[in-house]
Design a binder for this molecule. Sequence first.
Ligand code: FAD
Ligand code: FES
Length: 280
Amino acid sequence: MKNPYVPYPVRITEIITETEDRNLKTFKLEFLNPEDEGKFAYMPGQFAELSIAGKGEIPIGIASAPTEKGYLVFTVNKVGLVTSHLHNMKPGEIMGVRGPLGNSYPWDRMEGKNVVIIAGGFAFTTLRSSIVYMLEPRNREKFKDITVVYGARTPGMLLYKDTLAAWEQRDDINMHITVDATNDPTWKYNVGFVPAITEQKAPSAENALALVCGPPIMIKFTQPVLSKLGFTPEQIIMSLENRMKCGIGICGRCNIGTEFVCKDGPVFTLEQLNRLPKEY
Ligand SMILES: Cc1cc2nc3c(=O)[nH]c(=O)nc-3n(C[C@H](O)[C@H](O)[C@H](O)COP(=O)(O)OP(=O)(O)OC[C@H]3O[C@@H](n4cnc5c(N)ncnc54)[C@H](O)[C@@H]3O)c2cc1C
Ligand code: FES
């Protein structure tokens, strides 16, 4: 049996600076040993531990979709020690990926449903994975309407701008991109906070599940909007980002009450979270 602490070696093949403040970069990684790709079978919503030898290991949501073969994608915000080292790395360098870890979004429950995706800032990563997965031609018919409300502070802070523009052109996904503010006269999408745009676009709660990821302030103001639209706590699905170490339910670093966020989560329904101590 493979030692769960040993990462797969990967090579950085591409680095994209996503945002105008240059603090968010997307890393495209390829397995050094092609057979490792088959062992790293994942679903959208899961995360991995990215490691840099001698620097450390960090949990990061998987931004690529399992339908994208041959590589993994992670988008990393530069906040501290390991993320800063990662931001200084160059294509061709070798690092480690351990996982996939945690649960995924509830894909069995989502089949046959309208899916509403609500995201703010760089928490969009595993939702990008989810959208790419659902739009794959052989998967699209499993889901009904897909509605996306995605917001950032300014146009320059949006992730995956080319991908967003391509999704805007499609008629099998309802895109509502928004920014808090802009003085860009060429901006052609919404201006307003994510909760306000969600209320305005009013996605129906009927036969729907909402995946909500973003900064705490966005989540705080989005929850009452979704309740007003008729979404019950069982229909609201969120992903937590607690501090972690082992990522496999052993060290006890990430517990909330009886739940290990790394193993039982990071994806929980609001109904599950309402039953836990408010430590997240
Ligand atoms: C399941 C999961 C998925 C994640 N997905 C992503 C992702 O897709 N992209 C991304 O950029 N980040 C993601 N994070 C957060 C990421 O793990 C942390 O930002 C990272 O570990 C910081 O490492 P560091 O060594 O650079 O920071 P450190 O030097 O350890 O700390 C620097 C600062 O970051 C804060 N910090 C450290 N860890 C966390 C954390 N887990 N949550 C919030 N603040 C933290 C510290 O309090 C400190 O203020 C995720 C976290 C989890 C648990
Ligand atoms: S991070 Fe070790 S138990 Fe969750």
